[in-house]
Design a protein around this ligand. Structure first.
Ligand code: SF4
Ligand code: SF4
Ligand code: SF4
Length: 288
């Protein structure tokens, strides 16, 4: 079945490239360790046989669309990744006519390390209830049978039950370890500002020191910039070299947005995000 998915993706890629519909197909190929997968940019039909899809295809490839805004491109997208396409369409960062989406109905991906693929699904996949892409032009694969929705916020609720002092101590300890490599930013489909606030000099929002106060501002503001925009691909946590539990923070904010506005980022390209609009009736508990 996994081999078939790669073949189906390859056939579609061949058709799209040979007909000139797209100039490039972004998918996955087997990495040099022979076990895991890595992103592949296919520009010619001679390379389509390199395309694969299996449970080691962990990367969210939609981030690369931001580097190809003016070129017709096809991209392989799992359901979680497809939400990023809706986010980028909604925020007018990409044009629908220029993107061909090869969606993959997904049964989950595993943790991988160099030359190793685990047997259990990634934590995000164990919590996932979206197994068919929310947007696609061509679909391969089969979604698993419907399951009752998982309790996606058990760890968030556990954190909410702690005192403010305990929560502060927890996050202080996490952020103190941050080396400000910005890998979380570089991999994130929602982090595409041409100049990030941490690199602005005039005005200077935050110093360049790797120190507790600056680290805290960096991580907190980045999380705030993703409120109502994070699509939960968990790429930031995957690439963090210090294993900082960024998804715990992201999903806390996702939960707040859901409870306040009934909104989940990336489910539709048309839905107006809560932070891009305001209704007079909204009081949100302030001054009530
Ligand atoms: S989070 Fe869901 S859609 Fe994304 S890889 Fe896991 S199972 Fe697939
Ligand atoms: S990837 Fe991790 S260590 Fe690097 S800036 Fe982000 S939180 Fe800090
Ligand atoms: S903040 Fe993390 S989980 Fe959210 S969209 Fe960005 S990379 Fe994905």
């Amino acid at each position: 079945m996994r081999q078939e998915l790669g073949q189906q993706i390859g056939e579609k890629a061949r058709e799209l490239l040979s007909s000139g519909v797209v100039e490039c197909v972004i998918g996955y190929e087997r990495a040099t360790d022979g076990v895991t997968a890595r992103p592949l940019f296919v520009y010619g039909v001679e390379d389509v046989d390199r395309l694969i899809f299996d449970d080691t295809c962990i990367h969210n490839l939609t981030r690369y669309l931001l580097n190809r805004r003016d070129k017709n491109t096809a991209v392989v997208a799992k359901p979680c990744d497809s939400r990023a396409i809706n986010l980028l369409l909604n925020e007018k960062q990409i044009e629908r006519e220029k993107v061909f989406i090869i969606g993959v109905a997904c049964q989950g991906v595993v943790e991988t390390r160099w030359n190793q693929a685990g047997e259990t699904l990634q934590a995000r996949c164990q919590l996932c209830s979206q197994h068919t892409p929310v947007v696609y032009d061509f679909l391969v694969g089969e979604a698993p049978p419907e399951q009752p929705p998982p309790e996606a916020y058990a760890d968030v609720l556990e954190m909410e039950a702690r005192s403010a002092a305990e929560r502060e101590a927890f996050w202080q300890e996490q952020f103190d370890r941050c080396i400000r490599c910005y890998a979380c930013r570089q991999v994130c489909p929602g982090c595409y500002c041409s100049e990030c606030f941490v690199e602005q000099l005039d005005p200077l929002w935050v110093g360049i020191r790797i120190a507790p106060a600056e680290n805290q501002i960096w991580n907190t503001i980045r999380a705030f910039h993703l409120v109502g925009r994070c699509i939960g691909c968990n790429e930031c946590e995957r690439v963090c070299p210090l294993n900082i539990p960024l998804s715990l923070l992201n999903r806390k904010l996702e939960k707040e947005v859901w409870e306040l506005f009934g909104f989940q980022a990336g489910m539709s390209a048309e839905a107006v995000p809560p932070f891009a609009t305001f209704e007079k009736e909204e009081k949100l508990g302030i001054g009530e």
